[in-house]
Design a protein around this ligand. Structure first.
Ligand code: COA
Length: 424
């Protein structure tokens, strides 16, 4: 038994943000029925193609454990099928451009009429306000949510990050909203509308930057490197390079091999509680008690000098040797791991965070499994569905269609050209 066994999800999502949410629901045991335009499908199926003719990794890595039904929801028969799906499902998830669902004729009011227990979960770029009608992709959300203005170096332009905090981050937020709404429905018997805006999701993840914005009123942010460098602060939280962002100063430092390996670096945190150990390791034992170095506030204007001394030591070690030496001394460090190192990591494979999946069109590929582990609801990662692979199965088994009704729907073209139901 899985945590969400018995929950049916009408998955009207596309691209990245929505699919990451419904993929999690599928991994938690929900039956996720992905609705896709006949003959076209989710645009990511054919984006960034690496194996000609096969679904892209972009699609396969975001749509595991789902079933696919082709459906043109703008035709009469398509609307009839969608209405039946809304009747049968518990949750409907969508991330169309603002207003698209209404234009299809499925307003929140109409959905409630069809199924008062339905939870309608939507991702949009912005919440209600000036920008509510905008189409939004990942980097727009990172820029509008405070991530870009606070990422990068002080003397450079704003930067976006590699972590997809706008898309996958908002998918996570929405997923939490959905399971919370399911929990409330247990008691109220009613569905509700769950909304997550990408700007809001990014801003939530940038909470500490809003903390610093307000701390500026009380004076300079002393833990930022620019404080020690004597550079004045402006009126907004500045870009802080690789400063730690918390109360314990940290930096990314070069390790042995950095001249040729772009990832031969370590993150190094000079946690106050282990300052003595840091001094011993880097060969500066006198700094333990020296005036100007002994306490954290004294060190704040000397962080460049201190990290240069630490880096002179880390450059004599590989990033893994730094880890091996510092961990037993409780000094928090972390190697900068490349995607190649991560995909080859045996430990991540052992926990199911990295998985190999077989696919009929593209063969075996590697994916990121479920990052959340439930002891009573283990996850088996299954390949993503082919376009319309389960159209007939969903029409007949989930919606109970047969005879004339089924013939009419199929002949109308509203569900593409359904593949025969696969024999088990
Ligand atoms: N049957 C019939 N029509 C369908 C359909 C189906 N199965 N699936 C989608 N459509 C239609 C939509 O109704 C819409 O029609 P309309 O413009 O007449 O209302 C049309 O396809 C295009 O949908 P849209 O969502 O506008 O796609 P897009 O490719 O133009 O925009 C986004 C993509 C991601 C920018 C946009 O969907 C968006 O802003 N989404 C919200 C924010 C978000 O999630 N962004 C991150 C994505 S990773």
């Amino acid at each position: 038994m899985k945590a969400l066994d018995g929950i049916k999800v009408l998955d009207f999502t596309h691209v990245q943000s929505g699919p990451t949410c419904t993929q999690l629901l599928a991994w938690f045991g929900a039956d996720v029925l992905k609705v896709e335009r006949p003959g076209v499908g989710d645009a990511t199926r054919k984006q960034l193609v690496d194996v000609p003719g096969a679904d892209s990794l972009y699609f396969t890595m975001l749509n595991h454990n789902k079933r696919s039904i082709e459906l043109n929801s703008k035709t009469e028969e398509g609307k009839m099928v969608l209405t039946r799906l809304i009747e049968e499902c518990d949750v409907m998830v969508e991330n169309f451009a603002p207003g698209a669902l209404d234009r299809m004729g499925f307003t929140w009011e109409r959905i409630q009429e069809i199924n008062p227990r339905m939870i309608l979960a939507s991702i949009k770029g912005f919440g209600p306000g000036d920008y509510e009608d905008c189409k939004v992709y990942e980097n727009v959300a990172q820029c509008a949510g405070g991530a870009a203005s606070t990422t990068g170096f002080l003397d450079g332009p704003p930067l976006v990050t590699g972590a997809q905090i706008g898309d996958s981050g908002t998918g996570l937020h929405l997923c939490l909203g959905i399971v919370t709404a399911l929990f409330q429905r247990e008691r109220s018997g009613r569905g509700q509308k769950v909304s997550a805006a990408m700007q809001d999701g990014v801003l939530n993840l940038c909470r500490v930057k809003l903390r610093d914005q307000q701390r500026l009123d009380a004076g300079p942010l002393t833990e930022y490197s620019q404080y020690g460098e004597g550079i004045p602060f402006g009126d907004a939280t500045p870009r802080a390079g690789n400063d730690s962002g918390g109360g314990q100063p940290g930096r990314i430092l070069k390790c042995k091999g950095w001249e040729t390996d772009p990832n031969a670096y370590t993150y190094f945190i000079t946690q106050a509680a282990v300052w003595g150990n840091v001094c011993d390791v880097i060969g500066k034992p006198d700094w333990k008690t020296a005036e100007g170095y002994a306490t954290p506030p004294e060190r704040l204007d000397k962080l460049n000098e201190i990290f240069e001394a630490i880096e002179a030591w880390t450059m004599t070690k590989t990033k893994f040797e730094v880890m091996e030496i510092c961990n037993p001394l409780n000094i928090p460090v972390g190697p900068i791991l490349s995607t190649k190192e991560l995909i080859e990591d045996e430990g991540l494979r052992a926990t199911g965070t990295i998985v190999d999946v077989d696919h009929p069109e593209r063969g075996r590929y590697t994916s990121v499994g479920c990052p959340i582990k439930l002891s009573d609801s283990p996850v088996e990662v299954e390949r993503s569905p082919l376009l319309g692979e389960h159209t007939l199965e969903i029409l007949t088994e989930v919606l109970g269609m047969q005879g004339d009704t089924l013939d009419r729907v199929v002949q109308s073209g509203a569900v593409g050209t359904p593949r025969p139901v696969a024999a088990e």
